[in-house]
Design a protein around this ligand. Structure first.
Ligand code: B12
Length: 251
């Protein structure tokens, strides 16, 4: 690799040599695999402004479709110093600190209701955050002293989540959405917030969304207090909840 200093104001993708602009693509065209399909894939990338296009792989994807892997070079650069991404928490506490803050500063238990809502059957994400076992050696919120957790699992109608949250007087509701086909996650997350507002509960509870295509920014846009994505650990979520309860004095 070239060891020349990176100019953060003008960065571009890197493959073999710094600033070579190399990008790998994989995509499908709605035509049978053929010499013409391969040429079409190449020309399409050229049309998008890429140079040195190489189609390294073509495969038939059933009748009427072809799949490609390609490499090409990009000319454009981007100023990395202008990029900032909203985050739910500036500082993530470890489990010991979280539990101590709850015991000594909040001085009461925190009740959490979590579910993967509507048609979505993916339980692993919400389980990773809530279940005792947690994820990658990070124990879930069920294992935190001072946390009372109700994990409702997957395919739970919004109405049932709200009913339980009301019944147990939840401090926080955790909503998981994994499937995003045709933006179903946005529709489901919106439905949940609207029902919560109709029940006049929105301002009384912390509402958090999570899933691979959820960003903190999207969650805020949809009316949630925070959003978490791939790579989230239970500590990230617990820190946000405790910081919110301590600082915003929601209850
Ligand atoms: C396991 C799996 C299944 C299992 C689920 C079993 C179960 N009990 O969960 C089964 C076989 C049932 C399944 C079914 C389907 N699946 Co599936 N499935 C997967 C798979 C392989 C892994 C998902 C997973 O467990 N990830 C591990 C967890 C730990 O990661 P995570 O969910 O992202 O969670 C983390 C964060 O996102 C975040 N997080 C998640 N939720 C929450 C919530 C809160 C509040 C917070 C704070 C954080 C948080 O924290 C977690 C930990 O870091 C993925 C592909 C993949 N590799 O991701 C496809 C995938 C999610 N499935 C997919 C699809 C399409 C389906 C089906 C529609 C397939 C079909 N045609 O039938 C069905 C849908 C069924 C339904 N009604 O929902 C697509 C979704 C595409 C999309 N973008 O919409 C994927 C991406 C596969 C693919 N590449 O096409 N699936």
């Amino acid at each position: 690799m070239n060891i020349k200093q990176v100019n953060l104001k003008k960065i571009k993708p890197y493959g073999d040599t710094l600033d070579d602009g190399k990008i790998q693509f994989s995509f499908t065209l709605p035509v049978n695999a053929s010499d013409e399909a391969k040429e079409c894939a190449k020309r399409y990338l050229e049309m998008l402004g890429f140079s040195n296009v190489i189609i390294t792989h073509m495969d038939a994807m059933g009748k009427g479709f072809s799949f490609f892997v390609a490499y090409a070079s990009a000319d454009k650069t981007i100023d990395f110093t202008t990029i900032s991404v909203p985050k739910a928490t500036r500082e993530v506490w470890d489990k010991h600190t979280i539990v101590e803050k709850v015991e000594k500063e909040l001085k009461r238990n925190i009740t959490i209701v979590g579910a993967c809502i509507e048609s979505d059957a993916h339980t692993v994400g919400i389980d990773a955050i809530l279940n005792m076992k947690g994820i990658a050696g990070h124990k879930g919120l069920e294992s935190y002293h001072g946390f009372v957790v109700y994990n409702m699992g997957a395919q739970v109608p919004c109405e049932e989540v709200i009913a339980l949250a009301k019944k147990v007087n939840a401090d926080a509701i955790l909503i998981s959405q994994i499937v995003t086909q045709k933006d179903i996650h946005v529709a489901n997350l919106t439905k949940f917030i609207e029902l919560l507002e109709a029940e006049k509960l929105r301002d009384k509870v912390i509402v958090i969304a999570g899933g691979p295509r959820i960003t903190h920014e999207l969650a805020l846009e949809l009316g949630y207090d925070a959003g978490f994505s791939v790579g989230t650990y239970p500590e990230d979520v617990a820190t946000f909840i405790v910081q919110s309860l301590l600082h915003k004095n929601l209850k």
